[in-house]
Design a protein around this ligand. Structure first.
Ligand SMILES: C[S@@+](CC[C@H](N)C(=O)[O-])C[C@H]1O[C@@H](n2cnc3c(N)ncnc32)[C@H](O)[C@@H]1O
Length: 275
């Protein structure tokens, strides 16, 4: 877990960058403030109605980039993370009076039940031992009528998962410095794939991106709890939550393709009914 603390200290301005020189475009891919804005909507499916005037929770906030996006509309955002990345998140959002940053564990969050109107968690649940237990913890914090959106690792592409697990078994044993060098190596492959315009095909079997940051983030954890859309739908159902938006496609062919082409993330948003 300390890799994440290190990551967000190194990449403290990721998602806050205003401009990138053309020669650094690939290495900085996804670091712009406008990238964070677009990614926030895509990774949470949250709408204006879910944010304006609401008390919002960002579970696993990293450097605070998405808490900042939510806070543009929300009444108040509470952002927490288990690592020292909270120091970075706090420094990044210090000027925003409606953001409060807390160091806490998703599995034992220090908040009263039903205290948030909107909860989101981006790229976090898969890093816990059991993503459903983590989801359960979040769902208890949601007030009736509120919405919860989770984005994390998608299960469905067997070849990709076998390759990914094998690499993780090795990469997670590296020291932080070695992992950074490994990430630079993978990003080098990513840049070549990108240049040859075959990155999207390579990603059918192996996660390669041109950014060292993404590669460090991706390969730091020893294991990932991946789930299918149907798994996650059943979590919502078991807790009496209604799924109101998701990233799953309807036709079987498209669903299959999506599992292959986007093996790394799913997104589901649901509402807790008012009794
Ligand atoms: C891939 S990063 C995503 C950060 C942020 N949501 C974003 O997308 O920029 C995963 C984050 O989850 C945090 N995390 C992992 N397990 C956690 C837990 N049990 N409680 C709180 N945070 C956790 C890590 O420290 C890390 O900052």
């Amino acid at each position: 877990m300390e890799c994440f603390g290190y990551e967000w200290n190194v990449y403290r301005d990721w998602g806050w960058v205003k401009k990138v020189p053309p020669q650094a475009r690939l290495e900085a891919w996804g670091s712009l403030m406008e990238d964070a804005e677009t990614a926030f909507s895509a990774k949470t499916l949250l709408t204006e109605d879910d944010l304006v005037g609401k008390v919002v929770l960002d579970a696993g906030c990293g450097n605070g980039r998405y808490a900042f996006q939510a806070a543009k509309k929300a009444q108040r955002v509470v952002a927490f993370d288990i690592t020292c990345s909270v120091d970075v998140a706090k420094a990044n959002t210090d000027a925003c009076e409606n953001i409060h940053v807390v160091q806490a564990d998703l599995l034992g969050p220090p908040f009263r039940p039903e205290s948030f109107d909107t909860i989101f968690s981006i790229g976090v649940l898969g890093f816990t031992l059991d993503a459903e237990v983590a989801f359960d913890s979040l769902s208890r914090l949601l007030r009736p009528g509120g919405v919860v959106a989770v984005q994390f690792s998608h299960r469905g592409n067997v070849v990709f998962e076998l390759m990914d697990n094998a690499i993780r078994r090795l990469s997670s044993r590296l020291s932080v410095g070695q992992l950074m060098r490994f990430a630079a190596f993978m990003a080098g492959i990513g840049k070549v794939m990108h240049g040859l315009r075959i990155a999207r095909y390579a990603n059918l079997i192996l996660r390669v991106q041109p950014t060292r940051h993404h590669m460090f983030d991706w390969y730091s954890a020893a294991r990932i709890d991946r789930r299918s859309y149907d798994d996650v739908f059943s979590w919502f159902e078991r807790r009496g939550l209604e799924v109101i938006a998701h990233g799953k496609r309807d036709s079987t062919a498209a669903r299959y393709l999506r599992a292959i082409v986007f093996p790394w993330a799913l997104v589901v948003k649901g509402r807790k009914p008012v009794p």
